[in-house]
Write a protein that binds this ligand. Sequence first.
Ligand code: SF4
Length: 304
Amino acid sequence: MENRDVKLIEKILSLKRERNAVILAHNYQLGEVQDIADFVGDSLELSQNAAKTDAEVIVFCGVHFMAETAFILCPDKIVLFPDMSAGCPMANMITAERLKERKRQLPEAAVVCYINSTAEVKAESDACCTSANAVKVIEGLDAEEILFVPDQYLGHYVSTKTHKKMSLWPGYCPTHIRIRSENITELRQEYPQAKVIVHPECRADVIALADEVLSTGGMCRYARRDDVSQMIVGTEIGIIHRLKKENPGKRFIPASEQAICPNMKLITLEKVLWSLEEMAPQVRVLEEIRLEAKAAVDRMIEVV
Ligand code: SF4
């Protein structure tokens, strides 16, 4: 580790104690950010962690909707988000206004939004879900028709696991669609012993070639299995850092080197430090929207 990093990390850790802060980082964050975090996980694990922490300040290292979700669950805490420009392009493929319009066309449908959505979209939804619990949430709702937003690929995958009638919003993750079925086919030939694990944000033809379809948290648990030593990993490549760190001696092959989410890489150690020094930028949500969005998130937490 470079001298610069050692000094930066020391400063971050000392300010973190001073501010009574906790650092939460998504599995796709830069390795250096994951390494200083108190907790690294997927969207569901991070929101559960935010909800139960005793810290007064949460430094959220991920993308904007995740920091918003932390504030929705913990309005009495300060949620620092070190780079306000780190949005999720998929979350921005739908607005509350467009969702209201679609709801008018489908009056019988219950709206389930993927956690990758803005607070305003969550506020217009009946329940929220993550890739880890989407099927359970949908099955647990008292409605036969579901409008699923904004990820069409996760929505399509879930539709193969439920008998409910599903209408899908045409959003997608620009990072996961870079993973192609040809990538999987070629890597399977090169690494015949490897298991193929993919995220449900991938295209349906990629999912069809996988041994397991898992959330990033699910991938981390799967990688610990004694009977698996090589994995072709179909998700954003930031997770490879954590997989290698937790499973020395095992081999992790990215399904595509191009599966990089630029927004997930915007938060750096310097920005974490500035944010703790300045106690800014802070993410907040209007109380009226927060309460409605929280009802959708609570519905998810009740089910899982
Ligand atoms: S990986 Fe995809 S879904 Fe996740 S933050 Fe980036 S664009 Fe959004």
